[in-house]
Design a protein around this ligand. Structure first.
Ligand SMILES: Cc1cc2nc3c(=O)[nH]c(=O)nc-3n(C[C@H](O)[C@H](O)[C@H](O)COP(=O)(O)OP(=O)(O)OC[C@H]3O[C@@H](n4cnc5c(N)ncnc54)[C@H](O)[C@@H]3O)c2cc1C
Length: 268
């Protein structure tokens, strides 16, 4: 399917611009300040390495990291998702490779693959293989290891779509953490005995716009004005529980091997 109205959004630039606007409105942002512990109550106390913060209400906006603070541990797998970018490709060469006037593409096969180009001409590619994703025992959120076998398997998928890309060197590779819930649903709402722990998570790989919308949803709930959202399936949605270890690790790897091949099979 070709959608001429498609566009692309650079998530990092978006977050940076959001930060600039919030700071201009007087919001203080503290980076490199992990919350180590949350003590709930009518006033919530957050412990950080260098001090405590007390608040009337908090928002858990941690997606794949939410379980680290003891919340929603059974709700999702923290998955590690790999991506690579080729060296910059001049526009005329991109056309010759088969990439025309398009912001990007995704397919609809097992282990969805997706690609886009940057302003500088890098081709960025993710997914496309069982090896594009990894789950680490006990919900670990930091991925360490040799990324090359995964990048190799993923590049095979790109070469199938655009065979001449096999000649283009890969310049960058990286890994990010996201939350995949069992039914691929996200949930937004409020919890806690004092109804002051707001949360949004479980975007299952599609959170850029949904997390943005969560900001509006949670603002309305906090203001006591949730009518607009009432009854929508992501409000206070339950997550199908995923068992904890060792069943979680065994189940993930068993299901991954069972349901997807690397390279992939089309859906039947
Ligand atoms: C490779 C990859 C490709 C993706 N592609 C797409 C896509 O094409 N479209 C799409 O819609 N979505 C995509 N996603 C998913 C999307 O990035 C997420 O759904 C989205 O970023 C979720 O936003 P968030 O703000 O809830 O969480 P995050 O962006 O994960 O932010 C969570 C933040 O919490 C911080 N944090 C963690 N623990 C603590 C703590 N204890 N104290 C304080 N801070 C903490 C983290 O440092 C992080 O900055 C992709 C994700 C990955 C990894």
């Amino acid at each position: 399917m070709y959608d001429p109205s498609e566009g692309q959004l650079n998530g990092l630039q978006y977050v940076r611009e959001l930060g600039r606007i919030l700071q201009a409105r007087g919001v203080e942002i503290y980076e490199q300040t992990p919350v180590l512990r949350v003590a709930e109550g009518s006033t919530i106390t957050l412990t950080t390495p260098h001090g405590r913060v007390r608040a009337k209400a908090i928002v858990l906006a941690l997606n794949g990291y939410t379980g680290k603070l003891g919340y929603f541990r059974k709700a999702y797998f923290p998955l590690h998702s790999h991506v690579f970018a080729t060296a910059p490709i001049p526009p005329d060469r991109l056309h010759a490779l088969g990439w025309y006037n398009s912001a990007g593409f995704a397919d609809d096969l097992n282990r969805i693959s997706y690609a886009t180009t940057t302003r500088e001409g890098h081709m960025v590619f993710g997914g496309g293989s069982n090896r594009s994703y990894d789950y680490l025992f006990n919900n670990r959120t930091t991925w360490r290891g040799n990324i090359e076998p995964a990048i190799h398997a993923m590049s095979q998928t790109l070469h199938k779509y655009l065979p001449d890309t096999a000649k283009i060197p890969i310049a960058h590779r990286w890994t990010g953490t996201l939350a995949i819930s069992f039914l691929r649903n996200c949930s937004m709402g409020v919890r806690g005995a004092d109804k002051n722990v707001y949360y949004a998570l479980g975007y299952s790989g599609h959170g850029v716009t949904a997390a943005n919308m969560a900001g509006r949803v949670l603002t309305d709930l906090y203001a006591g004005d949730g009518e607009t959202w009432r009854g929508l399936p992501f409000i206070q949605a339950e997550f199908a529980p995923i068992p904890l270890e060792p069943f979680r690790w065994i189940g993930y790897h068993f299901m991954t091997r069972l349901t997807g091949r690397s390279p992939r099979m089309p859906h039947r």
